[in-house]
Design a protein around this ligand. Sequence first.
Ligand code: CMP
Length: 137
Amino acid sequence: MQKTFSIIKPDAVKRNLIGHINQMIESSDLKILASKKIYLTKNQAEIFYEVHKDKPFFSSLVEYMTSGPVQVQVLEGENSVARYRKIMGATNPAEAEDGTIRKLYAESIEANSVHGSDSEENAKIEINFFFSGLELA
Ligand code: CMP
């Protein structure tokens, strides 16, 4: 069993899509191990997306990610990192496959409704950033 980290982003939370997205996650046989709604601070968003700090979209991304609450989640299942990325679809919704979360719900390449870890190593780092061991027991 592998864990991955997911964020349901402000655009999706604002449009009441948490339930719809989680239904897609659960019906794909991924278990939602932990889930909580939080407001990211500017500092937290900057740390989380530090890898993108030199990209032209960085400050806009931080502003967007702090524009409203997000639902942070730990998902578990066989090969969950790759499987959740498939369910999410491409970063740019214009390139996302039919039936994926981003094809169905994303508003733009920035407001793309969900985040998912891109590797098992990053999943561990991202999970530890948002959740304590107690919350995952
Ligand atoms: P995410 O998968 O969370 O990783 C980085 C985020 O930056 C991405 O989803 C988008 O929300 C945002 N973003 C904004 N513009 C771009 C872009 N041109 N390319 C990639 N990501 C972008």
